[in-house]
Design a protein around this ligand. Sequence first.
Ligand code: ATP
Length: 668
Amino acid sequence: MVPAPAGPASGEDAGPDGGAERGGRFGAELRVLRLARPYLGRLVGAGLLATGTELAGLILMATATWLLITAAGRPTLDTLTVAIVAVRALAVGRGVLRYTERLAGHDATLRVVTDVRAAVFATLAAGRPAGTTAAARRGAPGRTGDPHSRPGGAADRQGRPDGAGDRTGDLLSRLVSDVEAVQDLLLRVLVPGAAAAAVGLLTIGATAVVSPAAAVALAGGLLVAGLVLPAAAAGLTRRSAGRVAPLRGALATDAVDLTHGAADLAAFGATDAALGRAGDRARGLARLERRLAAAGWAVDGLGVMVAGATSAAVVLTALRAGVDGVLVGVLAVGALAATEATLALLGAARQWTRSRAGLRRVARLLPPAGASAPGGTSGATGPGSAGSPSGASGTSSAPGANGSTSRSGAAEPGGAHRLVLDEVSVRYRAGTAPALDRVSLDLPPGRRIAVVGPSGAGKSTLLGVLTGSVEPDGGRVRLDGVDLARYPADELPRVVGGLLADAHVFHASVRENLLLGRPTATEADLAAAAEAAGLLDWVRQQPAGWDTLVGEDGGQLSGGQRQRLALARALLAAPAVLVLDEPTEGLDPAAADRVLTSATASAGPGRTVVLVTHRLAGLDRYDEILVLAAGRVIRRGRHDELIRTPGWYRDQWLSQTAAQARYPVPAP
Ligand SMILES: Nc1ncnc2c1ncn2[C@@H]1O[C@H](COP(=O)(O)OP(=O)(O)OP(=O)(O)O)[C@@H](O)[C@H]1O
């Protein structure tokens, strides 16, 4: 089922990891606002313009009031003229100020949002959500940026306790709206909030000059309008999010299930029942929303009453203090206008409450303070892609990135990197058996390791640990002596990467899909990679050649062609440590063995290769084979050693060679 797009189940409670809360109660906001630092001047400018707009409105009302009251006493024309000109100037000025404030605010905000998007995207592309805890990292979308890619596929992407499986569309649209929450935080919360606070304080100050007692009355009203009511509005919004969001999520699930599953529902005669359930849910949601909206309007109504009461209190205290009648009128209208301006905080509080869950999710995808900022990405998504063309590599250096990577965007082959796993354990959920149980592995440059074992043994999890998309619960993973979690996010994919499970094929041409692996690859490079992956003959047969479109998710390719394309892209990316998760899945045994041999050979002698495979042919060329079962290494050694001793590996080998020789497989 699809969890709610917002609300408690989707992060209002920040999940079990409390990821963003590590920076305190406002950790998520602070982490997001760090990216706003370069635009602080522009944001302050927008805040000043917003304050100016509110002040212009307030002074306009006060001046107009003064004008009306004074005009009744028939003052000299000069006096009236000044006030009339002031009213006109303020009326025009307010419009101009509002316009420039909107321009400046949006300009600054869109710049910040662009940076946030780039940072989030770079983290996703790296398959390593920055600054998150184990649960959230485990659920990170894979290196391809495809939220379905594993490990972590369906679980706990947002660090939620239940880890229910999300749909790709839900995740993507949630991610987009989460980033927009940053825009709301700046434009609808901080800028208007700061302006309302400034106008309130200035009005209290100005009132105090005329009558300190009236200023106290005004301050009381503004406190209620600016603190008590916004707190109530925020509380109501929180409640609403907590109760409405899960229902909305369920309704969205109904809509998707009813649409996608229409044929199956009809086939099983279950359409009416499903429609009935969805209808009940929709009606329940409507009832709840009506109740909550009524409560919200009650708070708004209270705001109007507070504005009136504040103005009345100011009038009474000013009269009692013997303030001149005209000024009392001006104070009354000024108090009304100031309270109304302060009531903007109601909207800001509601918006903030609504945005917090999204902000927390975004904050988890931003690099923590002092870490390498993965930002600045401009569209690279694949393994080995250019993570940060802007060079925003953050504050830390790239430890150990000794020559295998380049800022040009091309992942250059070679480079000597050592990856070491020390007693690494992974447990996806508390209370379940570990997916990896104290696995140790040394991968010096050039080493070739094959990982085999029955389904569910933990092979993909091991690759996830190597690529940094699954964070271990125990043990250490070090790349060139540096803890993998601290390795710069934009460097890692170019050092460790390759073909992960369920690699995404983009709705683009063969060439574009391949160039994702290495944007600077020449046609000869493409041909070499395609050849090694066994795709070249097919490409040459296509009328459009390299420009053949592959369809959405490679839908216009066969399963085998799709797999070869993904493999060719991984080979082209050529990271120093090449991981290959079932590169021959979907190929017939003979083709699988051919492709495996050529792919391994094309990696060259200096590159480390970690291969997960069900096919055992060709593994005699590997330095070590790990046999995994239930997360543990049950055997390890070279091919010839393993086939000499009884066990899973020998059984598999015998059965595969027998099947290949077209002999009946002996019964166990
Ligand atoms: N994202 C996840 N959330 C929860 N459990 C998971 C997740 N990914 C894998 N697991 C569990 O971890 C264990 C190891 O899974 P993994 O995918 O690593 O096995 P595998 O050896 O690659 O299997 P296969 O050969 O079928 O691909 C399995 O029991 C699986 O159910």
